[in-house]
Design a protein around this ligand. Sequence first.
Ligand code: FES
Length: 103
Amino acid sequence: MREFAKAVESSKVPPGTMMTISVDGEDILIANVEGKFYGVGAICKHEQWDLSEGTLSDTTVTCAGHGTVWDLKTGKGIFDEPLANEPLYEIKEVEGFLFVRGR
Ligand code: FES
């Protein structure tokens, strides 16, 4: 998606939490790290677990499936086999709502 699309109320993603939302057919993980929002593809490139079921720590998410550690800043996953990067999304907050678009 090239234009910003309305995703969710920002109050639904408080600091230290994350959630998966679907926008225009894309599943996007939105994570709130100390008030800064990050967006990456939500479906693990390993075996398609939903990353929102994993663990958020600083700017990484550890997949609940088999432990791939995904970097929210780069979209890269660290695992014992090469995995494609997760797509990155830009997020902006306007009047209490989060808007997303692909980078
Ligand atoms: S599904 Fe994410 S590590 Fe296997």
